[in-house]
Design a protein around this ligand. Structure first.
Ligand SMILES: Nc1ncnc2c1ncn2[C@@H]1O[C@H](COP(=O)(O)OP(=O)(O)O)[C@@H](O)[C@H]1O
Ligand SMILES: CC(C)(COP(=O)(O)O)[C@@H](O)C(=O)NCCC(=O)O
Ligand SMILES: [K+]
Length: 257
């Protein structure tokens, strides 16, 4: 059975894939200091709690934080007796090579989103991922990642306001009742929420104009539904897009080994 690990700058998600479906998904915060043994204690406890008695013999990892990969390799080797496939490393094949400037290290999460979204929808696509950063991944007709856009994440923007201005509190994002806020929190939420609606709409429109083709826009990441409910920005929202992409890349490597 396959253990798929998607490590972002904020959270790391573990999913178990039986070849047909995900049996379970768990999330933990990303900490590069966490050791192989700590991962195992955490994961095996959760598996036992869910009465999941499965034999993991394959591991695939996508990590936007290079430092965590070492301990995840040790984790896979020590507890599942396997060498993990690490997206972005030379021995991990991609269904389609990215077409970007030479020497560019595309974020593995973006390569994985590209593979997952193309498998489900075909091209051309824009994948919007609301993570620590908000990324726009442009997927061409043939499934290649051909570039994109990186914008500050929603929570990062709110944190930046709080960190830089003495009178601005820590605020969680939500859809404000009105655009004109009548208190500090409402003003901040409005700036980030409506600012983001504008950012997403403008960037998608400009990408479509620049590419000159019809494109579907797919969103993923925890905060995507919040934006989906306000305005029609996306053709689809897919919670499990990155995990799906990991299973696609894993299968591709098996088929082409
Ligand atoms: N359902 C949610 N509701 C509110 N905030 C969320 C939700 N899911 C994630 N977040 C927040 O969104 C930000 C990005 O999270 P995540 O998508 O896990 O990022 P990454 O993949 O970069 O680690 C974090 O600040 C996280 O706390
Ligand atoms: C842009 C990112 C920081 C997004 O990471 P995330 O929000 O998922 O943690 C990550 O994809 C990354 O480190 N990219 C490298 C540069 C690039 O993709 O061009
Ligand atoms: K992202």
């Amino acid at each position: 059975m396959l253990l798929a690990i998607d490590c972002g700058n904020t959270n790391t998600v573990f999913s178990i894939w039986d070849g047909q479906q995900f049996l379970a998904t768990w999330r933990t915060s990303t900490e590069w200091q966490r050791t192989a043994d700590q991962y195992y204690v955490w994961l095996s406890t959760l598996m036992r709690f869910q009465n999941l008695d499965v034999h993991i013999d394959e591991v695939i990892v996508s990590s936007t934080v290079p430092r965590v990969v070492f301990n995840l390799r040790v984790f896979a080797d020590r507890y599942y007796n396997c060498r993990p496939l690490v997206v972005g490393k030379p021995d991990c094949l991609l269904p389609k090579a990215p077409r970007v400037d030479e020497g560019t290290q595309v974020g593995p999460d973006r390569l994985v989103n590209t593979a997952g979204a193309f498998d489900r929808h075909g091209g051309d696509l824009i994948v919007v991922d609301f993570g620590t950063a908000t990324t726009f991944d442009v997927v061409a007709h043939d499934g290649a990642y051909v570039g994109g856009v990186i914008a500050p994440g929603v929570n990062l923007s709110l944190e930046a306001l709080h960190n830089a201005a003495a009178a601005l509190p820590h605020v969680d994002i939500s859809k404000p009742q009105a655009v004109v806020g009548t208190n500090t929190v409402a003003c901040m939420q409005s700036g980030v929420f409506w600012g983001y609606i504008g950012l997403v709409r403008e960037i998608c429109a400009r990408i479509k104009a620049e590419r000159g083709v019809a494109m579907q826009v797919i969103s993923t990441g925890g905060l995507a539904p919040l934006f989906q409910q306000a305005e029609t920005l996306f053709d689809a929202f897919e919670d499990d897009l990155t995990m799906h992409g990991l299973t696609v890349i894993h299968q591709y490597n098996k088929d082409n080994a």
